[in-house]
Design a protein around this ligand. Structure first.
Ligand code: R7I
Ligand code: MG
Ligand code: MG
Length: 322
């Protein structure tokens, strides 16, 4: 373990929680401005980066399903995870059209192997809907990158059968795992050793270029160039690399997540993915308490998400050590 991390069990537990709750908080921060331009985001928040809405969206609702399934099945079970997605679905959380169509097919009785392959003219989705929910898999398989990569692909397939949707989710899951292990400086090298798809190899090179630039990342011209090169959209390859960059470029949970949201575009999702990586790295204590307090409560709110993090930790770390 390197970087800011240490091995103590309470730190690790906090990082499990941090990844899940960090993702939910990033989602909720970005939700009211999803689809807005950088300028619109800036005028909406007016320099006060608060959770204007308590509610999380589909990103977190699906992440909850991934965590629930891993916990209940003590590992990956595609059919069960598909059931959890269906059971948890609420249209008002604003799902992507491809995922909605797949869930309809599942509800109508189509198998989880088939349903996702029918959308987008049979090409399957490369949207970021698989990556946005993948954090629990990054936690559960953090010490086994081969299995992590394989399971991330399989878990993506339930809704996203396009290879670029799956690879994006695997990259996001591995980033969460590396962050949990305290790997910051080596993150891009580790990712580079696994990424197969050219589209993502190009993006990785661009992240490195931006990291090496001696310029103010907050300047509008810089942000515009970043959006142009890395992207801020709903395709996995236009959002996962932006989340990784947002984590790496800054040195606190809030700076990274605020930056991700400030870029506009798919703000809830890039916020959620940045929040998952940053939360896994810094732990729950690093999340601004006012953001935690503002996040929705209730049966499936903040406390429940924290409990899911605790359960994943208990099964993975405590149970494994017996
Ligand atoms: O990936 P998905 O679940 O969407 C997630 C997004 C996040 O921003 C959430 O916050 C929520 O708002 O939705 O849903 P999909 O519809 O599968 O993918 C998202 C978008 O990516 C699609 O609506 C398309 O615009 C685009 N897309 C594709 N376009 C053409 N061909 C994804 N796959 C394809 C494709 O194969
Ligand atoms: Mg959303
Ligand atoms: Mg979104």
């Amino acid at each position: 373990m390197t970087g800011k991390g240490n091995n103590s069990s309470s730190r690790l537990k906090s990082r499990f929680r941090g990844a899940l709750i960090g993702s939910a908080v990033g989602d909720a921060l970005g939700a009211p401005v999803e689809g807005c331009t950088m300028e619109e985001v800036s005028s909406f928040f007016g320099g006060r980066w608060e959770l204007k809405s308590a509610h999380y969206t589909d990103d977190t609702e699906m992440m909850i399903g991934v965590a629930e399934s891993l916990i209940e099945r003590r590992g990956f079970d595609a059919a069960d995870m598909a059931c959890k997605f269906l059971r948890n679905y609420h249209a008002w959380r604003h799902y992507g059209p491809g995922t909605r169509a797949v869930l309809e097919r599942l509800k109508a009785g189509e198998s989880w192997e088939e349903a996702s392959t029918k959308v987008f003219n049979g090409e399957g989705s490369y949207g970021n809907g698989a990556a946005m929910r993948i954090a629990p898999i990054g936690l559960f398989y953090y010490d086994d990158p081969d299995t992590l990569w394989e399971v991330a692909y399989k878990a993506s397939h339930i809704t996203h059968s396009h290879v670029l949707g799956k690879e994006g989710a695997a990259i996001q899951a591995y980033s969460v795992a590396l962050a949990l292990r305290g790997e910051r400086g080596g993150m891009l090298t580790y990712l580079g050793a696994r990424i197969k798809e050219e589209r993502y190899r190009d993006k990785l090179a661009k992240i490195e270029q931006f990291m090496g630039m001696d310029a103010d990342p907050g300047a509008n011209s810089y942000k515009k160039a970043l959006i142009e090169e890395l992207g801020n959209g709903e395709a996995a390859f236009n959002s996962v690399p932006t989340a990784i960059y947002s984590f790496l470029r800054f040195y606190s949970f809030s700076d990274s997540v605020i930056y991700a949201v400030s870029l506009g575009g798919d703000t809830d999702t890039i916020g959620a993915m940045t929040g998952a990586i940053s939360g896994a790295y810094y732990g729950e204590e690093a999340i601004p308490p006012e953001w935690l307090r503002a996040l929705e409560g209730g049966m499936r709110g903040r406390r429940y998400i924290e409990w899911l993090g605790d359960e994943l930790y208990r099964i993975k770390i405590i149970h494994d050590s017996y």
